[in-house]
Design a protein around this ligand. Structure first.
Ligand code: HEM
Length: 335
């Protein structure tokens, strides 16, 4: 699987699709993103985004994450004796504020952004109503990110989107669609993936006998099992190729199940593929780790008696083609 993720014969670009499953169809202002680009085009875009999320930036990222996490937890104290929705109060705001601050997306948009992201990832092809919701969300997202980019032209800040605007306007490094799509992908990945990873980890810990235990030794297993992306990622064969004893014709869609590879009983110590591998390795992996390590121990240290406010069987998961995550996570914090 690792080798296939770095195999140049497997493209992420839909133009190589021979007509099979090719994933979501979005307008160019959202679709010209890293997950649909290969080779030099992809490296050019990735170089713009990677430095702010790299190991070299770890210290400043850690400071941002721990400050936002601590401030968000403080808002819980006033409800310490009641029931709170941990998803809405911690798992959503911490990643949204962290990624939003890095990108320069105004915090007053997060609620609507999350609603639009939800309409996308819960799209149900059998429902007319869901299709209408999706169409509205896609139009709104394209307009909103176009406007955010535009606002950085008149009022630039010390943030990533302002830097990308300069890279476009001063050095012509990327097109307008690429710029808007990059902002969209980074924000939505932050809003969806990190949110549901935190929620799934909390649910696993709160339903276990020893809620936090020794987090550093349990962390890897629990995090991998809580991976909110259990579905396969898609690639297209750019030439006829053979994988094992399968011949794959040019243009065929190849689905790679990273979760399946991680769950393989014969995995035998192989590193996790949860964040992918190769040229498309997740740009948010580092910041996701920092968020998880900031919020998970903090909950149990702050509220040692925290417990689920409903029986485990009543925890409701969203119906989604993309991400496995909770609708709400009601807990009683202290009393
Ligand atoms: C639970 C958390 C996350 C998981 C499991 C996850 C997983 C992944 C995976 C598997 C890929 C590779 C997809 C492929 O090869 O086709 C990927 C790519 C990506 N992720 Fe994440 N991700 C997470 C969080 C985030 C966050 C928080 C951000 C934003 C800050 C982010 C931004 C990205 C971007 C921009 C790419 C595309 C990289 C490229 O194509 O060069 N991810 N992610």
């Amino acid at each position: 699987m690792s080798a296939l993720l770095a195999d140049a014969r497997l493209s992420v670009d839909k133009r190589h699709s021979g007509g099979g499953y090719s994933g979501f169809s979005l307008p160019p202002a959202l679709d010209r993103n890293l997950l649909n680009m290969d080779g030099a085009e992809h490296s050019r875009m990735r170089r713009l985004a990677a430095p702010a999320f790299s190991r070299r930036s770890a210290e400043s990222l850690r400071t941002t994450v721990s400050g936002i996490s601590a401030a968000t937890f403080r808002t819980l104290d006033e409800n310490a004796c009641g029931t709170v929705d941990l998803l809405e109060r911690i798992c959503v705001p911490v990643p949204a504020l962290v990624i939003g601050e890095l990108l320069g997306v105004p915090a007053d948009r997060y609620g609507e952004l999350r609603a639009a992201a939800t309409a996308m990832v819960t799209f149900d092809a059998a429902s007319k109503e869901s299709a209408t919701r999706l169409a509205g969300a896609v139009t709104w997202l394209a307009e909103t990110f176009t406007n955010v980019v535009q606002s950085k032209r008149s009022e630039p800040g010390d943030d990533l989107i302002s830097g990308w605007v300069r890279a476009r306007d001063d050095a012509d490094i990327l097109s307008e669609d690429e710029l808007v799509s990059l902002a969209f992908l980074m924000m939505l990945a932050g809003l969806e993936n990190a949110v549901h990873l935190c929620g799934n980890i909390f649910a696993a810990l709160l339903t276990s006998k020893d809620p936090l235990g020794d987090w550093s030794t349990r962390r890897r297993k629990i995090t991998e099992a809580a991976n909110p992306l259990p579905f396969a990622i898609r690639r297209f064969a750019v030439e006829n190729m053979t994988i094992g004893d399968h011949t794959i014709p040019e243009g065929d869609t190849v689905l790679l199940s990273l979760f399946g590879a991680d769950s393989d009983p014969w995995r035998d110590g192989r590193p996790s593929l949860m964040f992918g591998r190769g040229p498309h390795y997740c740009l948010g992996a580092q910041v996701t780790d920092l968020i998880v390590d900031a919020v998970v121990p903090e909950l149990f240290v702050r509220y040692p008696h925290v417990r689920l406010a409903v029986p485990e069987s009543e925890l409701e998961y969203r119906s989604s083609w993309r991400a496995h995550g909770l609708v709400t996570l009601p807990v009683t914090l202290a009393c």
